[in-house]
Design a protein around this ligand. Structure first.
Ligand code: AMP
Ligand code: ZN
Length: 437
């Protein structure tokens, strides 16, 4: 196979040069970080008062970890390192209306980010001849605008369709000859059956490949989508704290995701001891962003479990590859691609007077999509046989939860004491989705 590189010099840079570049950029990023109130308080305690205190790449280990809680505590501007008038965009993590972790971008930041996304897109074989339908959520979530910009940079025709309205999606595909789509893997699994239901023949669309990410999926799921649709599926990994998509992506070898190491420094650590693990071993991925001045984030604990491959890739790129994400070290759930913390649901419902003392979050597969149900015990002064006020209450709970997590849940009301009480630690989540990773 002939592999194509967007930026051959950087993508195939020999490791010693790549590491020298990383060191230079890490020093720059530390300088940026020291302009934020958050790191100005945190770094000097670790002996880092200026970029000059970083002398080797190994010195990164002296930088304290940053967590999602740190980002929340620093909201809104504790991690802003440039004057507000130089900020041109903000983004946030998916499903986080209740827990703000906001990332700011300067004009240069957007350019750099777009460059990494373009590299990913081009590396899957896309060219300016392709028509790219971006079927992922636009808005605060980075997946929409991020891949949109990278697609345009490569010169593809980008259709900003966003998700939903499947009949219209197929019309767009037929009318404009879409060759590439971006969607969650759970949605892609669904596409073939929707096509059948809507009478859209495979011959009427020209689809060749898909970018699938935002949530974990297995190699089996990838193969299944590829077979159902007759396309190539590429795994796309990113997170808002590291700009969004464009952090790590599969090349045409489809065997692990290249982490763009000139833009991000990746470490795998033992989630308990936080000690570094050698390449090949599975642990928590820790990432430092070397390419964003507005919100510099160093040694971010992603909570995602992965490992670095030890063998070089057949494509000739020198940037190390990450294994498919196999899980998380915290209780974050990903429901149809949207991040949900059980605590968000708890905070939303427990603030309601009519809600009793117990609840249960249930996630199941319904077809190929995830279905979130929140079972809630009502308080003692609610009559369970009075349907009208009960329906109104159910609707209010549903809206409150949706306002907090952006997902529309199914809500079930139960009498006080009806839901199971566990003897030890409360079991608030029942995740019935098959674990096929
Ligand atoms: P967000 O900040 O909303 O973009 O969410 C980022 C999180 O989504 C990551 O930390 C992962 O847990 C998850 N995620 C994104 N892409 C993938 C992927 N390709 N495979 C598995 N999980 C993913
Ligand atoms: Zn490769």
């Amino acid at each position: 196979m002939k592999y194509q590189y967007w930026n051959p010099e950087l993508e195939t840079m020999p490791r010693p040069e790549l590491e020298a570049l990383q060191l230079e950029r890490l020093r720059t990023a530390v300088g940026w970080a020291l302009r934020t109130p958050f790191y100005r308080e945190r770094l000097p305690g670790a002996g880092i008062k200026s970029a000059d205190d970083i002398k080797t790449l190994d010195d990164i280990k002296r930088i304290p970890f940053t967590t999602k809680n740190d980002l929340r505590d620093a909201f809104p501007y504790g991690l802003l390192g440039i004057p507000k008038e130089e900020v041109v965009r903000l983004h946030a993590s998916s499903g986080t209306t209740g827990i703000p972790t906001t990332i700011y971008f300067s004009r240069e930041d957007i350019k750099r980010w777009t460059g990494y996304v373009a590299r990913c897109v081009y590396g899957t074989g896309c060219t300016r001849d392709d028509v790219f339908q971006n079927m992922i959520t636009y808005g605060l979530f980075t997946g929409g605008l991020g891949l949109h910009a990278g697609g345009e940079e490569v010169g593809m025709l980008v259709i900003p369709s966003g998700p939903g309205n499947t009949a219209r999606q197929f019309r767009l595909m037929q009318d404009f000859g879409t060759t590439v789509v971006h969607a969650t893997p759970s949605f892609l699994l669904h596409v073939e059956s929707i096509m059948r239901a809507e009478g859209v023949s495979r011959d009427s669309i020209r689809l060749k490949r898909a970018f699938a990410g935002a949530e974990p999926y297995s190699e089996d799921t990838r193969r299944r989508i590829e077979k159902l649709l007759g396309i190539d599926v590429y795994n796309s990994y990113g997170l808002s704290e590291m700009n969004g998509p464009g952090v790590a992506f599969e090349c045409q070898a489809k065997d692990g995701m290249h982490l763009w190491e000139d833009g991000y420094i990746g470490e795998i650590v033992d989630p308990q001891t936080l000690e570094p693990l050698p390449d090949g071993e599975t642990g928590e991925l820790v990432l430092s962003c070397l390419c964003r001045e507005a919100t510099p984030i160093l040694r971010y604990r992603t909570r995602d479990l992965s490992a670095f491959y030890t063998e070089p890739c057949a494509c000739g790129r020198t940037h190390r590859r990450l294994r498919r994400i196999t899980g998380r070290t915290d209780d974050m759930l990903i429901v149809n691609g949207v991040n949900v913390f059980p605590s968000q649901i708890e905070e939303a419902i427990m603030a309601m007077r009519e809600v009793g003392n117990n609840y249960l979050i249930v996630i199941e597969k319904e077809g190929v999509l995830d279905r979130l149900t929140v079972k809630v015990e009502v308080g003692p002064d609610i009559f369970m046989d009075d349907a009208r006020p009960l329906n109104a209450l159910r609707e209010r709970i549903r809206k409150t939860i949706q306002a907090s997590i952006t997902i529309n849940p199914r809500v079930e009301l139960h009498e006080p004491g009806a839901l199971p009480v566990s003897e030890g630690k409360a079991q608030r989540v029942r995740d019935g989705r098959p674990k096929d990773i």
